[in-house]
Design a protein around this ligand. Sequence first.
Ligand code: MLC
Ligand code: AMP
Length: 461
Amino acid sequence: MHLLHLFDLSLVARADEPALEWAGATYTFGELEARSNRVAHALAARGLVAGDRLCVYLANRIELIDLYLACVKLGVLFVPINILYREREIAHITGDAEPRATFTADELPALYAEAERQSTTRPSTPLDRDTPAAIVYTSGTTGASKGAILTHGNFVVNAVNLTTLWQITARDRFLLALPLFHIHALGNGLHTWLASGCRMRLLERFDHRIAIDEFLDFAPTLFFGVPTVYVRLLETTPEVARTIGARMRLFVSGSAPLPAQTLEDFRARFGHTILERYGMTETFMNCSNPYAGERRAGTVGVPLPGVATRIEDGELLVRGPNVFAGYWRRPEATAAAFTSDGFFRTGDLATVSSDGYVTLLGRRSDLIISGGFNIYPREIEELLLEQAGVREAAVCARPDALRGEVPAAYLVGDFDPDALERVCREQLASFKVPRAFVRVDAIPRTALGKVQKHLLAADAK
Ligand code: MLC
Ligand code: AMP
């Protein structure tokens, strides 16, 4: 099975039904099929063939969906880049993926002018379960961001699992506000939408100042968020929250730990128990709380169908058809990520209760998750160490009520904190810019020279 078998449940079988609300207009599934076929032919006319990579540096918009569908139809690997990334971060991805084409908002008018002249019939390309559909970059613990190769089979099994288990049907109204450059919105959002054939309203991003108006206007039944989004939604007045809650069927949270208090506060205000699930770029979704059974606070629920789990030295290992095909052009990193019997090392520390619920305890690495965006301290430390006067640098997480964690920098040397902040703002995505630049006499280290971040982090609290 490949992705078009899944998508045709909507693109073909529901061709005349409303599919997408975007920027005030409504499109049917048939229109999306025709648009993406035209775009696919325009890309092919520019020389793109199966196996090529195509990078997109775009905020959520209909053209991003057209481009994704066009890539799937051509067997071209779709490589989304976080729209908040700056030159340095983008250059790493384009250098590594070596795309045949890269689309930013500026390139779209020319492409669509070419697409206008193309046929609306679907191009034919041999595809199967193992055909790579996308490369999604995930920051590596060593600092260098690695491309996870995600196959048609990975996307299909994830979408089938979630659509079934969360009872998503064509009757749902799905509000999608998360960024399509990550697998949360791309793998879970876009694919369950197309698998179920429901109506989706797409927002450019989650803007807490207008999100409530979108809820009231669209009256969704289904919503996916990261914990920061739910903390933001708690700012809603009790009356409005009740109105929204009365129409909603299911709120899902993931990508970062959902505090039990947020779950409780949300239940009190919206009358819904958020369903928490757990995934990774490399594995799609591994675990989910049950739709019908107990949604247990502080846990990520039970392993999904087909997903085998094992705990080794406290770390959660997973194996199944959801797990990616390896890192792009990094055989050593791929080999290191798997055990000899094919289990993927998630890097997440976990325990499992006697009735099978998985609780995540933290990360093996010093990954920081801020508002659902991942930050590897090493990348920021390297930039700081390039700056005049900085002799040593350690970046670690500070707890933050809104975003879960934010980065803080601890530095040895003679430097100007304002200048460091300016450099970080210029060269890094906004969520990676340290919230504090703290001068310290020494970075605490073990006898072996390893930085003891917990001592710095304790100091920050
Ligand atoms: C935030 N900003 C964005 C943005 N989100 N810009 C474009 N697109 C987005 N999606 C920018 C804002 O312009 C602003 O920039 C700064 O970030 C903070 O904005 P804010 O309004 O204060 O945002 P906030 O209320 O903090 O909410 C941010 C957020 C965002 C929660 C909406 O962090 C977000 O979209 N997170 C989702 C990340 C995600 O999908 N992760 C999934 C990874 S996959 P400035 O310059 O003004 O500061 C994964 C696997 C799994 O982990 O299991 O899912
Ligand atoms: P990414 O590399 O962006 O795919 O992020 C994957 C990581 O997000 C996982 O390894 C977890 O550490 C974290 N994550 C995802 N979902 C949850 C969750 N429900 N609770 C805690 N952490 C989560």
